[in-house]
Design a protein around this ligand. Sequence first.
Ligand SMILES: Cc1cc2nc3c(=O)[nH]c(=O)nc-3n(C[C@H](O)[C@H](O)[C@H](O)COP(=O)(O)O)c2cc1C
Length: 191
Amino acid sequence: MKKVLLTPQPLICAPPVVLVGTMVNGKPNFMTVAWCGVASSNPPMVSVAIRPARYTLKGIQNREFSVNIPSSYIVKEADYCGMVSGAEIDKAAVCKFNIIYGELKNAPLVEQCPVNLACKVEHILNLGAHYLVIGQVMETHISEDCVTEGKPDLKKIKPFVYGMGALPEYYALGNSLGRGFFVGKELGTKK
Ligand SMILES: Cc1cc2nc3c(=O)[nH]c(=O)nc-3n(C[C@H](O)[C@H](O)[C@H](O)COP(=O)(O)O)c2cc1C
């Protein structure tokens, strides 16, 4: 297939949408982040890319933050948290978020989000347009009704992704394409 050359860009499509929670001036604030990811499994680490201008960065100075995974049914709230700044508006109040805490008191968790990671900041890398904040996951909370046989169940969590590019819209997950570490076996397995 013929390729078209775009300007170099971090086109990892389509990233999941999360709400990064911090405490700024003693108040919880939540910011929408699509540039996030798994950084390591042991110790468990995640990363979020945050522009210098974000109010959230002030809260990162506490060396704690949360990553909250919203379900499709709170897409409006998630979008809102990506359009207004905590410097001007109490987003948690507008969104009617119920805030809960685990052991880390500077990592506010949104109860309405089925998955909540409470993290300690391990590294902050200045990469230019964004700071890459890498956090160790100290606690993983999940809503009871999103667990099947003791495991997180994506169909119940209902996360969504951000399309970017030509389709800057939110998308729910589609159909299963087959079991991981299994469907590829049709092409052969290690001898
Ligand atoms: C879908 C979506 C994804 C976003 N992803 C990021 C991101 O990865 N990094 C970032 O710095 N800003 C991102 N933003 C913008 C911030 O969420 C936005 O500037 C927000 O108002 C910052 O809040 P704060 O000033 O309270 O920290 C995103 C916004 C939306 C709507």
